[in-house]
Design a protein around this ligand. Structure first.
Ligand code: BGC
Length: 763
């Protein structure tokens, strides 16, 4: 490795400033005299979008494999497979001379309306974190870098360049940051890309707390932070905040601004040097991987096929699937002939080849007669004749396979979805076809949930195939015909209707801000806790076989937070076909000082089982599985008490529950303060010991004052005195009695607080 400090010493101020701003749309500035090469980056995340012309922001890119997008990947719940995909992506990056791939995206699916959800993994930070870490590890295992994006709270496309996401500290820490934290700490991405938006009023690109204090200092991040393309507003402020590289370039004015700021003494050169150090580290590391050559497109196509099949989710099946040798199949829908396999925007890949679903079906059933009807137009117009055609085709067939793809005007990077519906024509088409053909299967191609209630009842089966990548067409055929037993499970909830969704009242924001009013309660955390019915819950997905769960075991029934816990369960394939099951472990805290979601995913495993086979699945749960972020302490906190460990096949299909008691090893200062209520004093273990004698006296005293029974069991003023006191600050109650107190009320409370403090320090 080059001696970076020595190189920095040799660099001029101009060279250093130039290194921190891109030289082109996709490359950094080389310094030939010091043998500092350029670094080439490309989108990302599910394929390599290498522009032949490094100065072109968006031209047709060089051919590369288009793998399934993140919604599909996350639905596979298969971290090994995602790792394998990462390796394949790296091989393509190497062949296409790319040093860093711009992905994955680890943003949360706060609302299904976000137009870019297809590029994100989940509504759950644990699952998203595991997926992101696996993909990064896979890519980087081959010496190609990644860019974990978009850091942070970039959860919508509406006004994405400037809107301020107003998120409280706890929600940030528990929902919007953990997937990034997991990926950073477990996979060490070479680069992290900051988001466009503001967080609580400050641009992500200028967010010192986020980029420096949390990412670099707290999580120990050693790579560099790159701006999203065009996310920098004030170059000097962004450098000071920890934004190392601005992209895209060239931008001589920005370079000049940095030079001048250093010369004026406005910017400490050490700050610039630190960014230079971080960038050089990655530049030299990337240079160690020789670039060029070719990649095996056929092998990668096969891998893309396998991943697509693993990610497909069988949402509904009345028994029609897997298809049993149908003689005449009506194949309906434009997407059967023109596969809809990726989303629009910066992730758009020029695929090496594309499987056409119709042809793949024909290959799968060579003896069947397949007839085709287009079903719906490309645009938003309504064409009844296409529906009439489809009905005629469907009527005379044994089964109808309806390929319904959400058009790009309804879903893409750059804009949010107006609603969760299919197009009017698609809904009418499904209704009309199912009215004449009970054996109708709907195959969906979309990047995020759609509302199904208008059309699902008449269908025999629904398969969510997602934006399935270039080989998805073949994967659909295999799942429909049972060559592959579906094993995907939803990484996001399918709501019944848009107004049920957690962020509905706080989306997309107004006057430049979007308030994350639902707080911690996104996805199943909301539906669960609020008891709102869902169409298909988080974690749901059917199989052609069945699984039984039994014999749940814990490594201990009492455990210390730092030791964690291991949970195991026996899972048996009770059907007649080999299949895979995703076992999900959720944690429910029975009592907590702060409000918590009813349960949270903290572990999962995917196992393959032959008919009749049983495997014991073991899942570890660590400190963080039980902790919450307590803003009063500014840290992750565990509390003594009982936790239910819920083992399920989905968030709404819990098969076993076991309970364990946690002992916290934390010695935290008391949260009691001058304004604390009687309730808070009594709830706090040390507070209770210190305050209890005084409390008894107070209750006695106040009962005497308000004494007497007015006949209905309550005191004369019609209330329960002790109950009334509970939510009053101790100090306020003492103020009422100031004249009978031997000391000022403030002194009494301060004395008690000192006593509590003493007890905590001794403990
Ligand atoms: C997107 C990023 C992408 C970048 C470069 C931006 O508009 O938000 O995800 O990596 O462009 O194409």
């Amino acid at each position: 490795m080059n001696d970076i400090q020595a190189i920095i010493k040799k660099m001029t101020l101009e060279e250093k400033a130039a290194l921190c701003t891109g030289a082109s749309a996709w490359s950094t500035t080389p310094v030939d005299r010091l043998d500092i090469p350029e670094l080439i980056v490309s989108d990302g995340p599910h394929g390599v979008r290498r522009q032949a012309d490094i100065h072109a922001l968006a031209q047709k890119s060089l051919p590369a494999t288009c793998f399934p997008t993140a919604s599909s990947l996350a639905s596979s719940w298969d971290t090994d497979l995602v790792y394998e995909m990462g390796q394949a992506l790296a091989e393509e990056a190497i062949a296409l001379k790319v040093d860093v791939l711009l992905g994955p995206g680890a943003n949360m699916k706060r609302t299904p309306l976000c137009g870019r959800n297809f590029e994100y993994f989940s509504e759950d930070p644990y699952l998203a974190g595991q997926m992101a870490a696996s993909l990064i590890n896979g890519i980087q295992s081959k010496g190609v870098g990644t860019s974990l994006k978009h850091f942070a709270a970039n959860n919508q496309e509406f006004e994405r360049f400037a809107i301020s996401a107003e998120v409280d500290e706890r929600t940030l820490r528990e929902i919007y940051l953990p997937a990034f934290e997991t990926a950073v700490t477990q996979a060490k991405p070479w680069t992290v890309m900051c988001a466009y938006n503001k967080i609580n009023g400050t641009y992500a690109s200028e967010h010192y707390r986020l980029l420096t204090e949390i990412l670099k200092d707290e999580w120990g991040y050693e790579g560099f932070v790159v701006s999203d393309w065009g996310a920098v507003h004030d170059r000097v402020a962004s450098l000071e905040a920890g934004l190392d590289l601005e992209m895209p370039g060239p931008k001589q004015r920005r370079v000049n601004a940095v030079i001048e700021a250093v010369r004026d003494g406005q910017l400490d050169e050490a700050v610039l040097d630190e960014s230079v150090r971080r960038i050089l580290q990655v530049v030299f590391r990337a240079a160690q991987t020789p670039k060029g050559g070719t990649f095996n497109a056929a092998v990668h196509h096969t891998l893309a096929h396998k991943i697509a099949a693993e990610g497909m989710v069988l949402l509904k099946n009345n028994g029609l699937l897997p298809l049993q040798d149908p003689q005449h199949i009506a194949v309906i829908g434009r997407a059967a002939q023109k596969a809809h396999f990726q989303g629009g925007g910066s992730s758009h890949i020029n695929a090496t080849q594309v499987d056409v679903p119709f042809s793949e079906l024909q290959k799968m059933a060579p003896n069947a007669e397949l007839s085709f009807a287009l079903g719906y137009p490309e645009g938003a117009e309504f064409e009844q004749c296409l529906i009439d055609d489809a009905v005629t085709t469907a009527k005379v067939a044994d089964v109808a396979l309806l390929f319904i793809a959400l058009p790009s005007f309804k879903e893409s990077e750059g804009y949010d979805r107006p609603d969760l519906d299919l197009t009017d024509q698609q809904i009418a088409l499904i209704q009309a076809v199912t009215a004449v053909q009970p054996n109708t299967v709907v195959v969906l191609n979309n990047g995020a949930p759609v509302v199904v209630r208008d059309w699902i009842d008449g269908t025999a089966a629904v398969l969510e195939a997602w934006m399935m990548g270039q080989a998805g067409g073949g994967a659909i055929a295999e799942v429909l015909f049972g060559r592959v037993n579906p094993s995907g499970k939803l990484a996001e909830t399918y709501p019944v209707k848009l107004s049920d969704t957690p962020a509905h009242l706080n989306f997309p924001g107004e006057n430049g801000t979007v308030r994350y009013g639902e707080g911690l309660f996104i996805g199943y955390r909301y539906y669960d806790t609020k008891e709102v019915p869902t169409e298909f819950p988080f974690g749901h997905g059917l199989s052609y076989t069945t699984f039984a769960y039994s014999n749940p075991q814990l490594s201990a029934t009492c455990f210390r937070d730092v030791d964690g816990l291991t949970v195991s369960v026996d899972v048996t394939n009770t059907g007649t076909m080999a299949g895979k099951e995703v076992i999900q472990v959720y944690v429910h805290d029975q009592v907590a000082r702060l409000v918590r979601p009813y349960k949270e995913l903290k572990g999962f495993a995917k196992v393959e089982l032959q008919p009749g086979e049983t495997k014991t699945v073991t899942i570890p749960l660590d400190f963080r599985a039980f902790a919450f972020f307590d803003p009063a302490h500014g840290q992750w906190v565990t509390e003594n008490g009982a936790f239910d460990i819920l083992i399920g096949a989905s968030a709404e299909d819990i098969r076993c529950a076991v309970t364990a008691t946690l002992t916290s090893t934390l010695r935290l200062p008391s949260v009691l303060h001058r304004e604390s209520t009687i309730r808070a004093w009594l709830d706090d273990p040390s507070g209770k010991v210190a305050f209890e004698p005084m409390y008894q006296q107070m209750v006695g005293h106040l009962t005497r004052i308000f004494g007497g029974d007015d006949g209905d069991g309550s005191d004369t003023i019609g209330m329960d005195t002790a109950g009334f006191m509970l939510d009053m600050p101790l100090l306020s109650i003492l103020h009422f009695q100031e004249d009978v107190l031997t000391q000022p009320a403030d002194d009494i409370v301060d004395l008690l607080l000192a006593q509590v403090h003493g007890m905590r320090t001794q403990a």
